[in-house]
Design a protein. Structure first.
Length: 136
């Protein structure tokens, strides 16, 4: 991934995982919703979760980006749980926890976000627009 992180505080060792083989199912989408729900409201996450729901309903086929987002959020949830962080809870050191678990999850799946994004272009644009609204 090319990112710095503390591997001792990442919720376990790096695994050799493959997002390409993912099958999107209800249980997994519910885990994605559970995990992303702990963070501040995100227009980008809403777009990606809406895409997952459409995939479940047969309205669209999953793209590589959908599979990367899906597998990443589920694995990141596992890493939070491995650290003893209860579902729905935001830890006091959220920035460090997120960076360590997020980066380790990128390493699990051998993803460099610059080349293989977790979000579609419209979700990235929505995040940028949300940031402008909230911080400017």
């Amino acid at each position: 991934s090319g990112r710095d992180y503390n591997s001792d505080k990442a919720g376990g060792p790096i695994q050799d995982l493959d997002w390409k083989t993912a099958t999107i199912d209800r249980e997994g989408v519910d885990k994605v919703k559970l995990h992303t729900g702990r963070f501040a409201e995100s227009d980008a996450n809403k777009i990606m979760i809406d895409r997952l729901e459409k995939i479940l309903n047969g309205e669209m086929q999953p793209t590589d980006t959908d599979k990367r987002f899906y597998t990443h959020e589920i694995r990141e949830l596992e890493r939070y749980r491995n650290l003893g962080i209860k579902d729905g809870i935001i830890p006091d050191n959220q920035g460090d926890v997120w960076n360590n678990t997020h980066t380790a999850t990128l390493e699990d799946y051998k993803i460099n976000e610059r080349n293989e994004p977790l979000y579609t272009p419209d979700a990235i644009q929505a995040a940028e627009e949300q940031a402008k609204r909230e911080y400017l």
